[in-house]
Design a protein around this ligand. Structure first.
Ligand SMILES: C[S@@+](CC[C@H](N)C(=O)[O-])C[C@H]1O[C@@H](n2cnc3c(N)ncnc32)[C@H](O)[C@@H]1O
Length: 268
C-alpha cells in the first residue's frame, strides 16, 4: 500500500470511528484488511478504498470498521474494578437506593457487561431492585456475538466456579464445552450500537457507573476530551467512571476526581 492510500485509510478510520491510527500502523492495517479483501476478491488497496467510498448502502464501511477494531477483552478483566463496584453497591443499597443504571461503553463481545451484571446480581441478593445495564459498541459484528452470550471453555477461565454454575448453562456441542449466559443475567442488559467518537449521546442518564475501558487508547486527545465530558454529564453526582489501567486521563477530567488508579468519582 502506498503512503497516500494509507493516509486516506487513516483519515477514513478517524472520521468514522475516532480511532487514530498512527503512522507506524501500516502493517496492522494491511493484515486487518487482508481477509476482507480476499473475501471480496479485491487485490489492490486503492480499489478497496474506492469500493468503500462508493458503497451507497453504507454496508461496507460497517464491515471495514469491524475488521479495524480490536476486540480483546475477558471476564472480570481488571478485577479490582468489580470489587470497587461491589463496595459502592453496598453503600448505595445501605442509603436506600433501589434503582440502578450502568453503561458499558465499549462492551466488545460482552464479557464486560456480563461481569458487571453478575457482580450486581451478587451484590443485590436479598434486595428488590430495578437494575439495568446499557452495553454498547461500534462494531455490529461484535455486538451480535455479545448478545448471544456463548463462550468457549478458555473464555470463562476467569469466572469463579460458583458464579459459573449459577449464571451460565453448560452445553456440549460437537464434543466442545460451551457456556451460555443465563437469561437472568441477559435480561438486565440491553445491547446497542453507539459510536463513542460522536458525543453528545442520546441518553439522558444519570448512570450510577460507567465502564469506558480500553477504548480511549485508540482516540486522540480531542476525541477523548469530548467523550469524557459527555460521560461526566451522564454520571449521577457520586457516580463512578472506570477506565482501563493503561489509560491516563491526567488533565482531562475537571469534573471527575481520581479516587484510585483508573477509577473516577463525580463529586457531589
Ligand atoms: C479492546 S476492546 C475493550 C473491551 C472492554 N471494554 C474491555 O476493557 O475489556 C475495545 C472495543 O472498543 C470498540 N470501539 C472502538 N472504537 C469505538 C468507537 N468509536 N465507538 C464505540 N466503540 C468503539 C471496539 O469495537 C472494541 O470492541
Amino acid at each position: 500500500m502506498d503512503d497516500k492510500t494509507f493516509n486516506k485509510f487513516r483519515a477514513l478510520v478517524f472520521k468514522k470511528s475516532g480511532i487514530y491510527l498512527r503512522e507506524n500502523k501500516k502493517s496492522l492495517l494491511l493484515s486487518r484488511l487482508g481477509k476482507r479483501m480476499r473475501d471480496l476478491d479485491i487485490k489492490d488497496h486503492k480499489d478497496y478504498l474506492n469500493y468503500i467510498l462508493n458503497d451507497n448502502s453504507g454496508q461496507e464501511i460497517v464491515q471495514f470498521l469491524d475488521v479495524i477494531t480490536t476486540n480483546v477483552t475477558s471476564f472480570f478483566r481488571e478485577e479490582k474494578h468489580f470489587e470497587v463496584l461491589t463496595q459502592y453497591m453496598k453503600q448505595w443499597l445501605g442509603e436506600g437506593q433501589r434503582k440502578f443504571r450502568f453503561w458499558s461503553a465499549a462492551c466488545s463481545s460482552g464479557e464486560e457487561p456480563y461481569s458487571t451484571a453478575i457482580t450486581l446480581l451478587e451484590a443485590t441478593k436479598g434486595y428488590q431492585v430495578d437494575m439495568k445495564i446499557l452495553a454498547t459498541d461500534l462494531s455490529t459484528r461484535i455486538l451480535a456475538s455479545a448478545k448471544k452470550g456463548v463462550y468457549t471453555e478458555d473464555k470463562i477461565s476467569t469466572v469463579k466456579k460458583p458464579m459459573l454454575s449459577e449464571y451460565f448453562k453448560r452445553v456440549t456441542d460437537e464434543g466442545q464445552n460451551l457456556y451460555i449466559v443465563k437469561d437472568s443475567v441477559k435480561s438486565i442488559i440491553s445491547f446497542n450500537s453507539i459510536n463513542l467518537s460522536t458525543p453528545p449521546f442520546k441518553m439522558k442518564g444519570p448512570f450510577d457507573a460507567v465502564f469506558c475501558r480500553n477504548v480511549m487508547i485508540y482516540f486522540n486527545n480531542d476525541t477523548k476530551s469530548a467523550l469524557l465530558k459527555d460521560i461526566a454529564r451522564l454520571l449521577k453526582l457520586g457516580g463512578i467512571l472506570f477506565v482501563g489501567h493503561a489509560e491516563s486521563l491526567t488533565g482531562q477530567l475537571s469534573e471527575l476526581k481520581a479516587i484510585k488508579p483508573s477509577v473516577y468519582f463525580k463529586e457531589k
